[in-house]
Structures are given as structure tokens and as C-alpha cells.
Write a protein that binds this ligand. Structure first.
Ligand code: T4K
Length: 410
């Protein structure tokens, strides 16, 4: 894109053409070797075995178990069903303590099972559930805690294990973001009673749609496996309440292919992250959330934390600037589950005990990364952010004066 680079009036919110002709998405899928994928699809069609524990699903489960180092992997049709199955297999009932600063599926998986999610505040440093705030939420109805490894940055698993042990509670991790990540040298997947991955298209590693329950607990694994397939223990023999949470063969074919390229996907994410880090350095009030690079990370989320006062520009204003340029930055996970239905109606005052969630969900913005974006595009996104931040008052003024219909409505 050729334009007078330093003049803020060349930003698209001032009526200029957007920096990008095509929309840049946050969750563009990583796609591995197409030839291998198509070969596998030919195979499964030839075999006429499309779902219900086919050979690709079995191979996929085996490979995930080996990679993560867990005794069991139960592959599912998506991460939400995997959460529901893990919740049921662990025997959760009554109330379960969860962060509100997460994708809505974490809370819905509980509510869908008739369990009340009790929202706990996060640590503003880690963005994860704050172990220090859990015990005050425990009641006679509490049966468990679900930690979410947000952005693939692990929860304080040891502290959570200690608290849940003390109160005789189950501990599950929503590891939807944390495939390929580690905590204190051990792969995510090995903590709590069970952990749950999402292999949705937008994740670093995808099976189109998909997920998995991973665990080292044999009994829980047996239950989860039964529950995934309606409770069938054998032909004509149902031994458990169950659902249909099965992964299909075509999803497993994608998974096996994506696994072969996972290291490359992560390397690209890492390179993108480092570029953002370099090119967004030293902008007052705008900080990139950091990763502990001594551990395994998948760098799938590039998350800005915007301090409106210091940046002279709020998160929502910056998002509008970016959307006008066709950069579809996302406000994950605004406004927090507690401000969405049905939780907003059930707990209208929950926000009062969630000050960090409320504050952070108004400040963070996720930027595009993955194999679908180029270094030049990242450089241009960073230039736009720097330019907007350098002219916060003018940008704010322009947005205030704009007819809302002139601007995209993120
Ligand atoms: N727990 C946590 C902590 C999670 O983050 C999630 C899912 C779950 C549990 C549940 O796992 P799953 O049941 O989904 O396996 C997206 C994903 O749909 C969702 O999987 C993910 N978290 C969440 C963080 O992001 P949306 O509502 O933002 O999706 P959408 O359609 O707006 O897509 C996101 C971006 O990706 C858009 O810019 C479009 C782009 N995109 C999307 C798809 C599907 C593409 O470029 N290509 C595509 O194929 O939820």
C-alpha cells in the first residue's frame, strides 16, 4: 500500500481507502499439506468408514496422547462438547467456580448441564482465574473449579490443585487455547482431573471443528469415552447416560495432517508475535501481552492491552480505526460471561466482585496472526496502530463527530 505514511488524515476513518483490500481476520485457519489431506480423504471414502471410532480417529487419539503425554485422549466433535463430557464424567453438579473472562462456551457447558457457574475474578497479570479469590466462593453446593488457560498461558495449576484438594473439589482445565503449551516443563493436558482442547478452525491446530478430553484418570476416561457415544458399551448395550460427541473421520484426517505441520504453525505464530513485539514497542499506553518463552507456547493470540489514559485512545476507538482499515481485530472476551445471557439476568450484580474482569475486558484487543497473514501486513497494522496512538485526540474527535453509519460497527 502506497500512501503518505505519517499523516494521520490518511487513516481510513478520515475517509481514505482502507489500507487493505481484503479483510484480515483474527482466526484465519492454519491449513497443512493439502495433498496429504486429500489423500487421507480419498482413503476414508474408499473405506466407507466416515465416523464412529474409525481408524483415523483412533490414530489421531494415539498421536495426541503421545504428544501431550497423557494416558487417554477422547477426541470429540468440538471443544464445547468435550467440556460438557468432562464435566459429566468428573461428576460435577451444583455450583462450579469459573472465570468470567473467557469464551462463553466455558460457562455455557456448565449451565447446559444444569450446573451454576460461579464467576471468579482474574489475576490482571496472568488474565487467568485468581487462586486467591476462589476459597471465598466455595459453598456447600460447590463441586469443582474450571480454570481456563487463556491465550495458552497456563493457570497456576499447582495452587489450584492445592485449593481443590483441600476442599475436596474436582479440577478441570479448559485448555481450548493451550494445545502445544507447557506448564513448568510438563505439557498442558496433564493437570487436574481432566483437560479439554478445542481444535476449532480458528485455533493454532484445527480439525475443522473438533476437540478432545485428555486425562490420566482411567475411570474418568472410560466414562468420557462411553458418554461420547450415547453410553454404548457394546452393540445393544447402553451402560451410561451419553450424548453424541464423536469426532468424524474427515475431522481426524485434518487433525493428522495438521499435526504434521504443527511445529511450523507455531513457528510462524512465534515469528509474527516477535514482529508485533518489535514494531509496537514503546507506544505509550499500548502493551503487548507477554509469553514466558522458556516454556512451550503456541503464540496463537496476539493481545494488546490498551490503557486509555496513557494512550490518549481507548480500546474501542483503536478497534474502530483498525476495522475501517479492514483489520478485524477482536475484543476477546468482552464484556465477560457475567454480562451475557443468561448470566446477566441471573447475577445482575456479579460485576461488583469482578473488578479485574470488568477492567481488562474493556482494554484488550486481539490482532490477526497465523499462516494467513504476511510480515508486510503485520508491519502495516503496526504502522496504523502507532499512527492512531500518536494522534489519539484527533482520532477520538473524528470518531465522535462521525455518523455511526459511516464507520464499521465492531
Ligand atoms: N473455551 C474457550 C476458552 C474457547 O475459546 C472456546 C472457543 C471454547 C471453549 C469452545 O471450543 P469450540 O466448541 O469452539 O471448539 C471463535 C471460535 O468459534 C471459537 O472456537 C473460539 N473459542 C473463539 C475464541 O473464537 P467467534 O465467535 O469469535 O468466531 P468467528 O466466526 O467470529 O470467527 C473468528 C474469526 O476467524 C473471524 O474473524 C473470522 C475468522 N474465520 C473463522 C472461521 C470459522 C476464518 O477466517 N475462517 C473460518 O473458517 O468464536
Amino acid at each position: 500500500m502506497d500512501r503518505a505514511k505519517s499523516c494521520f488524515e490518511n487513516l481510513a476513518i478520515f475517509g481514505r481507502p482502507p489500507a487493505f483490500d481484503e479483510k484480515l481476520h483474527v482466526g484465519r485457519p492454519n491449513i497443512g499439506d493439502r495433498r496429504r489431506l486429500l489423500e487421507r480423504i480419498e482413503d476414508l471414502l474408499d473405506r466407507r468408514w466416515l465416523t464412529n471410532s474409525g481408524p483415523y480417529v483412533e490414530e489421531f487419539e494415539q498421536q495426541v496422547s503421545e504428544m501431550v503425554g497423557t494416558r487417554h485422549c477422547i477426541a470429540t466433535c468440538n471443544g464445547t462438547l468435550a467440556l460438557e463430557i468432562a464435566i459429566m464424567a468428573a461428576g460435577l453438579t451444583g455450583e462450579v467456580i469459573v472465570p468470567s473472562f473467557t469464551f462463553i462456551a466455558t460457562a455455557h457447558a456448565l449451565q447446559w448441564r444444569g450446573i451454576t457457574p460461579i464467576f471468579c475474578d482474574i489475576d490482571p497479570g496472568t488474565h487467568n482465574i485468581d487462586p486467591h479469590r476462589i476459597e471465598q466462593l466455595v459453598t456447600l453446593r460447590t463441586t469443582g473449579v474450571i480454570g481456563v488457560h487463556l491465550w495458552g498461558r497456563p493457570c497456576e495449576a499447582e495452587a489450584l490443585a492445592e485449593i481443590t484438594r483441600r476442599h475436596d473439589l474436582k479440577l478441570i482445565f479448559d485448555a481450548a487455547h493451550a494445545f502445544g503449551c507447557s506448564y513448568r516443563g510438563q505439557m498442558i493436558g496433564n493437570f487436574g482431573n481432566a483437560e479439554v482442547f478445542s481444535f476449532h478452525a480458528t485455533k493454532v491446530f484445527n480439525t475443522f471443528e473438533g476437540g478432545a478430553v485428555v486425562t490420566n484418570d482411567d475411570e474418568l476416561a472410560t466414562k468420557a469415552r462411553l458418554m461420547r457415544n450415547f453410553g454404548f458399551a457394546d452393540y445393544d448395550n447402553v451402560t451410561h447416560l451419553g450424548t453424541n460427541g464423536k469426532m468424524s473421520e474427515v475431522a481426524a484426517a485434518m487433525g493428522l495432517t495438521s499435526l504434521e505441520d504443527l511445529e511450523d504453525f507455531i513457528a510462524v505464530n512465534h515469528r509474527n508475535y516477535k514482529q508485533y513485539e518489535r514494531e509496537l514497542a514503546d507506544i505509550p499506553g499500548i502493551r503487548l501481552s507477554s509469553y514466558d518463552e522458556s516454556e512451550k507456547r503456541n503464540y496463537q493470540y496476539v493481545v494488546l492491552d490498551i490503557d486509555e489514559e496513557a494512550a490518549h485512545l481507548g480500546r474501542d476507538a483503536l478497534q474502530k480505526v483498525l476495522w475501517a482499515e479492514n483489520v478485524l481485530a477482536r475484543r476477546y472476551f468482552y464484556p465477560g460471561c457475567h454480562r451475557m445471557e443468561p448470566y446477566r439476568s441471573c447475577f445482575p450484580y456479579a460485576g461488583e466482585r469482578l473488578p479485574n474482569t470488568e477492567r481488562l475486558s474493556r482494554r484488550v484487543l486481539s490482532l490477526p496472526t497465523g499462516t494467513g497473514i504476511t510480515a508486510d501486513q503485520i508491519a502495516e497494522i503496526c504502522r496504523i496502530i502507532r499512527l492512531a496512538a500518536a494522534h489519539g485526540p484527533e482520532v477520538r474527535e473524528k470518531l465522535k463527530r462521525s455518523n455511526p453509519t459511516e464507520l464499521p460497527n465492531p
